[in-house]
Design a protein around this ligand. Structure first.
Ligand SMILES: Cc1ncc(COP(=O)(O)O)c(C=O)c1O
Length: 391
């Protein structure tokens, strides 16, 4: 049996020349062949062998006409969430969608009317902002507050904003990108209770649920939801198994009426058939890749510990505790450097990170570092970053 140990992940995979955004788009934009990509959220590891084999079998079909998504696709998801997260969902509660961001938009359109207010906790994944604004809803922010490198929900501020703006839905990121928080059961319960009390729907993006470092434990909103609740959870195998380019995700709700309306909204967008490669890959991901995922988490833990130890050399940088994801959130405000200048200097040192402002104005002064790559690449990036950050 193949081992998914350090040596396996150390080997990584050559991605240049595949039209991937992380390497090829960056190289085209910067024209710098030495630039190290530590930005967009995918990983420089091969996807699990079981997925490669599943895709190989579909490739061998030789023809790829309209393909239905069947009960088996939903069943594979239910099995995975039961096995990995201990939550029980049934096939009729699952609807496939092309990607999580399209699912977010379908959910917003299902649960709110144009002009109504949708609240987000900022800083947060950039497309949350566009998903609210571009569907004609009103964006309401509830800023997260940072205490000693750990980000918290300001529940009093959230409640006041919900009342003041008559918020009709909360769009929540759990675990949180970019702040790396795994929300506790108590916090999730409070968010849910507040939504119920204010008659607001709750849309929870759980795409990062599989990247949780012990002792933290992911609490899916679905473990707290009842059939009456106006809750939609969004998830995917895309981040977990590095198949984001295949564009498949799922929307899950325990409320049958909401499932029906999500489906109508999805139909309205003209989304009907599945992509045979994505369907086969996702079924394999959910059924046959646990050993790969366990090996990955061990490896990422090593990368995280390495960066945390190294960052002691950077006096102007405060590291955020990364309880989940493979995306580290670096507070660089103490450098007192304009953000453009910081990014310019890092790029001159051949390191390409994500600008904190991608997560909204509250991300000014922060950068996000993607450590989902072989350790040698992390080490190379850290060495280069020393030129800018180690004093
Ligand atoms: C919180 C969050 N949601 C959604 C996505 C994107 O998912 P998809 O490509 O399925 O739209 C990302 C990608 O980084 C993310 O971090």
């Amino acid at each position: 049996m193949q081992k998914f140990d350090s040596a396996y992940f150390d080997a990584g995979i050559e991605r240049r020349g595949t039209e991937c955004v992380k390497w090829d788009a960056m190289a085209e934009e910067t024209g710098d062949p030495e630039m190290i990509p530590m930005w967009v959220a995918d990983m420089d590891f091969p996807s699990p062998p079981a997925i490669q084999e599943a895709i190989g079998r579909v490739a061998a079909q030789g023809t790829w006409g309209y393909t239905r998504n069947g009960k088996d696709d939903a069943a594979a998801l239910c099995e995975f969430w039961s096995r990995r997260h201990g939550i029980f969902i049934t096939e009729d509660q699952v609807l496939l969608s092309p990607c999580v961001v399209s699912g977010i938009r379908i959910a917003i359109q299902t649960l709110t009317q144009p002009g109504e207010a949708v609240l987000i906790h900022t800083p947060v994944y950039g497309p949350f902002y566009d998903s609210i604004r571009q569907t004609g809803r009103q964006l309401v922010e509830s800023p997260l507050v940072e205490e000693n490198g750990r980000w918290q929900i300001d529940f009093a501020g959230m409640e006041a904003a919900m009342d003041r703006e008559q918020v009709r839905a909360v769009l929540f990121c759990s675990p949180h990108n970019p702040c790396g928080r795994v929300w506790t059961k108590g916090e999730m319960q409070r968010v849910l209770e507040m939504c119920k009390a204010k008659n607001a729907a709750l849309i929870v993006d759980e795409i990062h649920a599989d990247f949780v470092y012990g002792p933290a434990v992911h609490t899916s909103v679905l473990s707290l939801a009842g059939k009456e609740d106006r809750i939609v959870m969004l998830c995917a195998a895309s981040k977990t198994f590095n198949v984001a380019g295949l564009q498949q995700s799922s929307m899950v709700s325990k409320n049958p009426e909401i499932v029906k309306r999500l489906k109508e909204q999805r139909d309205c967008a003209g989304i009907t058939f599945g992509n045979p490669f994505a369907l086969a890959a996702t079924r394999a991901a959910y059924r046959d890749c646990d050993a790969w995922l366990d090996g990955l988490m061990q490896y990422l833990t090593g990368n995280r510990d390495l960066v945390m130890a190294h960052a002691a050399k950077w006096p102007g940088v405060r590291m955020t505790e990364m309880e989940a994801t493979y995306l580290m959130w670096l507070d660089c405000r103490a450098l007192n450097m304009p953000q453009d200048k910081l990014l310019e200097q890092l790029r001159a040192a051949h390191v390409y990170v994500t600008d904190g402002r991608f997560f909204g104005p509250a991300g000014d002064g922060f950068i996000r570092l993607n450590i989902g790559c072989p350790r040698a690449q992390v080490e190379a990036a850290l060495k280069q970053m020393d030129q800018v950050l180690a004093k």
